[in-house]
Design a protein around this ligand. Structure first.
Ligand code: SF4
Length: 417
């Protein structure tokens, strides 16, 4: 545009030349204002709103801004969206310098305008993009919505439409004034403080020695002799609580039908379990509550803490796993209940129906209220005598149970089998 900037000087003095310059201004400004190409640049949360402005719902292309450019060489608009740190400042200035003129800058959001929430007591955030490069439009907000960004874009458009070759766009240089280097300032201050502390400590030591010349520390510095240490054999982790076979024999005595889930109830197999792997036992629905109550009340097991109630959908049946722990002794136990699915429900209603039921243990562990509610909500398993069996994570009228294998949703795409 260098030659064009000389045109007003030539045309303005001749009759009718002013109108020609006005016409040139109008055409050039119209072209510039309606095809601002932003650079892809975002540093934090505000950038998310900037990105959504280019999606179908807001469609920044309506304003001629099209797709965000990946290279500064192809852009003429710098939307600075997000917090700018001192470390990032030189890169931002370099990007601005790489954008060919005429170019414009929008500061989007409180952080870019002033440092935003990071303005106070922060050693690393730049308090305003305009301390680095010339900014044309400021958009307040934390973050500003895409509508606000469009308002800023239209404001910039109005500004561009009022430009003239008589007062041409000037090369937007980076701000000369160096931004305050708060990191170095803080480091210097800390060093000063440390120096003062060291000096004070040295003074105190000297004073102590003068006041108590005969003082001898009761502690002697130890010199450890260099030696080659013998290889230490692997030490198994200390057992926490009762061993698995003891817990199992206690259970077996009172509930003979209970079996370990891995189907090997032999003593060697139970003894071979790593000490940090809890025993996992399979129990019938009829004995489920009685077993848990027994294990909670028996002083040998004292499983007084409910860790979790969770479930697995095995297509044909559910496994509900109740995880218990003894705070006093430290051992854990998993109690597994295999629940067959209700076959009487017609195929077309199965995905949205409760397919199994089991007793609640809320009366033994109040924490079961939410844990069982979650299993109800995600798997569609009914808990008898639960005090408040309502959906937990999804809406009351939500159809289906999201963690079940038969769950389908119109927004989930399925690969054809
Ligand atoms: S202004 Fe708010 S939304 Fe934007 S970058 Fe700063 S903290 Fe994030």
């Amino acid at each position: 545009m260098g030659i064009m900037n000389a045109v007003p000087g030539i045309l303005d003095p001749i009759p009718g030349g002013k109108h020609l310059v006005n016409m040139l201004d109008y055409v050039t400004n119209w072209a510039r204002a309606n095809s601002l190409w932003p650079l892809t640049y975002g540093t934090s949360c505000c950038a998310i709103e900037m990105m959504s402005s280019s999606m179908a719902r807001y469609d920044i292309a309506r304003f001629g801004s099209e797709v965000f450019r990946a290279s500064p060489r192809q852009a003429d608009l710098f939307i600075i969206a997000g917090t700018i740190t001192e470390k990032m400042a030189p890169a931002l200035q370099m990007l601005w310098e790489q954008i060919p003129g005429p170019k414009y800058a929008i500061a989007m959001g409180a952080c870019t305008i002033s440092g935003g929430p990071f303005m106070y007591d922060n050693y690393s955030v730049i308090r305003g993009a305009n301390t680095l490069i010339p900014v044309d439009v400021f958009i307040p907000g934390c973050p500003p919505r895409p509508e606000a960004l469009f308002h800023g874009l239209l404001t910039l458009r109005d500004k561009i439409l009022s430009e003239t070759f008589r007062d041409p766009w000037k090369e937007g240089i980076v701000i000369d004034k160096p931004y305050p280097d708060r990191w170095s300032e803080a480091t210097k201050a800390w060093e000063e403080l440390e120096k003062i502390k060291d000096e004070e400590m040295a003074e105190a030591r000297l004073k102590f020695k003068e006041e108590q010349p005969g003082y001898k520390s009761p502690y002697k510095a130890l010199r450890v002799a260099k030696e080659v240490f013998p290889e230490i054999p692997h030490q198994p982790k200390p057992l926490i609580g009762l061993p698995a076979n003891t817990i199992f024999s206690i259970i077996k005595k009172n509930f003979p039908s209970v079996s370990p889930f891995d189907n090997d109830p032999s003593e060697p197999a139970l003894m071979a379990r790593p000490s940090d792997m809890p025993l996992d036992v399979l129990v019938s629905k009829e004995e489920y509550v009685d077993l848990i109550q027994f294990l909670k009340e028996d002083p040998r097991t004292h499983l007084d803490y409910l860790i979790d109630v969770t479930a697995v959908d095995w297509i044909g049946h559910f496994d509900v796993i109740t995880q218990l722990m003894s705070i006093e002794k430290g051992h854990k136990l998993f109690i597994r209940l295999s629940l067959p699915k209700d076959d009487s429900i017609p195929e077309e209603n199965r995905a949205t129906s409760l397919l199994a039921a089991m007793p609640s243990i809320y009366h033994l562990y109040p924490a079961a209220e939410w844990k069982e509610r979650e299993v109800f909500d995600m798997f569609g398993i009914h808990f008898e005598n639960h005090p408040d069996e309502r959906r937990l994570f999804v809406d009351e009228d939500f159809k289906g149970y999201p963690l079940r294998k038969d769950f389908t949703h119109p927004h989930i795409l399925k690969r054809p089998v």
